[in-house]
Design a protein around this ligand. Structure first.
Ligand code: C2E
Ligand code: CA
Ligand code: CA
Length: 647
């Protein structure tokens, strides 16, 4: 990297080697001294000429100082050029070499001129000439401290001349003065040489410090696993692009199916998968496109290009296709795909943080409907985002004890359609927003501690209600994985269950499959703790995540609840029917009970029963009903049946 230094910034920066750094620093020091040296020499020349004005010929007292003044003017011009233009390493070395080469003849010429003046001087003038010359010589040596060779040449050229002048003067005091000047100049030179070495050491130390700072900067901006830019570098680059470009896209790439690979095959293999994905992403890095790892299995793309929405989506689709190819590592094959959310500057947001929020929103919104595809943030997303923010605000302020009420949806035995249990479903009526669907507010509550308050409220209310039902009817409660992973929340849940007065055998805890992937081991431990209370555990929304059997059998489960999306696709779709059939068979082979939710038609129910499903839930049997209707519902249905027989 070429060095560019400026007089104001001090010595060089970013030189490619310590030597280059030293040369640049020396030149910078010299450049700083140049005006002073020129001033001192010009002043001295005028003084010498003035002293000898009446004793020496005009050629020596006028022409020579004029020539010197011209030389000093050249020095000043050179100095002005040097401080203006950027200097590269090679040029610095060249200039220093020239200075060293020019120093000796110039010093020689100057001394020769001074000696010529001395020849014509009277007794008083001769001493004035010698002292004035000695002082200037010392200053010049001192000023050239960072160029010891040049200082030595200047000293070397002037000292013999001095010695000759004084010794040939014949006068004993002149000889002593000459010896004295000689000794002082010698001492000065030695001291200059020493400080020059210190200067070099200092420059070398600064070069090391600069290298160290550069290494630190690189480490601070690089993801250590994949070698891609990290989150900090990504945001810094995004801000730079925003500042200088008319249009920039930010893309957030989220891997689908990475967590199960990590959990199943271990973190070492997971790391290799991430490196492979990073390598594939890196292939998209061109002029205007850069890639970073934002953390976990999330990557970022900055696209500085004028593209239409369909062009950026096509670019995103190419990334998705590249990441979809199976990853083969150590004999195993991992199937990974990715979804991408894009947001645009300046249309969607004006800074990097806001763009990230929007790209992230597009990503997660897109994941629900267009998994494995690229999605661009739209005006519709903006409206949804605003609503989400309002819900978040209201939820934080809400008095959940008052505003949450419960509905209960019955689950039936598929064999005789008797009531097995009721699932408690939260209903929130906000004074500001009115009725808000749980599909909207539960995920928002799950992003903060609010979920714990919500879970405790629902649990208390549901268990209080269940106390009034027949002993044979159970109650299903939805828990968030955040509840499971917080030791305090978990212990509060345990206290609520233990003090509820409801037999734990009647309680069913439902946890969604996808949420468990956040921290499988942590969730597994919490579920085991709950199971010890005597409650049953159901895996909710089964099939929506990436569960494999190896995964599921490690959990202390009693039931698996097949997600309603499978049931809805069953009719008229042979493949979907086969999938659900093998799912039910698989669940049976694990000795677990199979529950199917979202049953809306009798055809679906007939097929499910035929496939061996144990428990069914859905609008075909009943929609969720208000809490105070449950007792009558049970009575109308002829009461519950022995619970243990169904579960
Ligand atoms: P979920 O646990 O899967 O609950 C079942 C959802 O499916 C309920 O929606 C229910 O009304 C709906 N459903 C039941 N039968 C049918 C059917 O035949 N067809 C269709 N299309 N839908 C049916 P709901 O009440 O809107 O709840 C949505 C989700 O909100 C729940 O899904 C659950 O994940 C969450 N949720 C609700 N209450 C709570 C709660 O107290 N705590 C937690 N953590 N989550 C809750
Ligand atoms: Ca549920
Ligand atoms: Ca469900």
């Amino acid at each position: 990297m070429p060095l560019v230094f400026s007089l104001h910034a001090g010595a060089g920066c970013g030189a490619s080697s310590p030597c280059a750094e030293r040369d640049c620093a020396r030149l910078a020091a010299l450049v700083r001294q140049m005006p002073l040296i020129a001033l001192a020499i010009a002043g001295n020349a005028l003084t010498l000429a003035a002293i000898s004005l009446y004793s020496a010929p005009l050629a020596l007292t006028v022409s020579a100082p004029l020539a010197l003044a011209g030389l000093c003017a050249c020095l000043v011009i050179a100095w002005r050029r040097l401080i203006r233009k950027p200097i590269v390493e090679a040029e610095a070395r060249r200039i220093l070499r020239r200075v060293k080469l020019a120093a000796a003849p110039l010093a020689f010429l100057y001394i020769a001129w001074a000696m010529a003046l001395y020849m014509h001087a009277g007794p008083g003038q001769a001493e004035a000439l010698v002292y004035s010359l000695a002082l200037t010589g010392m200053f010049t040596i001192f000023a050239l401290a960072q160029l010891p060779k040049a200082a030595l040449l200047v000293g070397g050229m002037s000292l013999p001349g001095f010695a000759w002048l004084l010794i040939t003067g014949g006068d004993a005091s002149a000889i002593l003065a000459g010896v004295n000047i000689f000794v002082v100049v010698l001492a000065l030179f030695m001291s200059v040489n020493g400080s020059s070495r210190e200067f070099d050491d200092l420059v070398a130390a600064r070069a090391c410090a600069a290298q160290f700072a550069e290494d630190n900067r690189r480490i601070a901006n690089t993801d250590s696993l994949t070698g891609l830019a990290n989150r900090r570098a990504f945001f810094a680059q995004m801000s730079r692009e925003i500042a200088r470009s008319e249009q920039v896209f930010m893309g957030i790439v989220d891997l689908d199916g990475f967590k199960p690979v990590n959990d199943l095959y271990g973190h070492a293999l997971g790391d290799k998968v991430l490196c492979e994905c990073a390598g594939r992403l890196r292939q998209f890095e061109t002029e205007g496109v850069s890639v970073a790892r934002l953390g976990g299995d999330e990557f970022g793309v900055v696209v500085n290009a004028r593209m239409t929405p369909s062009e950026i989506l096509a670019f995103g689709a190419r990334i998705c296709a590249a990441l979809k190819a199976p990853v083969r590592i150590a004999g195993a094959e991992a199937s990974i795909s990715c979804s991408i959310g894009f947001a645009r500057f300046p249309q969607d947001a004006s800074d990097a943080e806001q763009l990230y929020e929007r790209a992230d929103f597009a990503l997660y919104h897109g994941k629900q409907h267009h998994r494995g595809e690229a999605v661009l943030f739209t005006a519709e997303h903006e409206t949804k985002m605003r609503l989400k923010a309002r819900i978040e605000q209201c939820l934080r302020r809400a008095n959940l004890e008052e505003e949450i009420r419960l509905e209960f949806q019955p689950l039936f035995d598929a064999a005789d359609q008797s009531i097995v249990s009721f699932e408690a479903l939260a209903r929130w009526t906000s004074p500001e927003l009115g009725s808000v669907s749980p599909s909207q507010f539960v995920p928002i509550a799950e992003r903060s501690e609010t979920i714990h308050t919500l879970t405790r409220t629902v649990l208390r209310k549901a268990l209080r209600a269940a106390k009034n039902w027949p002993e044979t009817v159970g109650v299903s409660l939805n828990l968030s994985v955040r509840d499971l992973l917080s030791p305090i929340a978990l212990s509060q849940i345990i206290v609520i269950i233990e003090t509820s007065g409801v037999d734990p055998a009647r309680i069913d805890i439902e946890v969604t499959e996808t949420s468990l992937l956040t921290d499988f081991e942590g969730a597994q431990a919490a579920l085991t703790t709950l199971k010890r209370l005597g409650v049953k555990i159901s895996l909710d929304d089964f099939g929506t995540g990436y569960s494999s059997l190896a995964y599921v059998h490690r959990l202390p489960l009693d039931k698996i609840k097949i997600d309603r999306s499978f049931v809805q696709e069953m009719q008229g779709n042979g493949v979907a029917r086969d999938i659900i059939k093998s799912m039910i068979a698989l669940i049976g082979s694990l000795n677990l009970h199979c529950v199917t939710e979202g049953v809306e038609t009798s055809e679906q129910f007939d097929l499910l029963r035929k496939f061996g499903c144990n428990v069914v839930q859905g609008f075909l049997f009943s929609r969720p009903i208000p809490q105070d209707e449950v007792v009558r519902f049970i009575a109308d249905a002829g009461g519950g049946r022995p619970y243990a027989a169904s579960a």
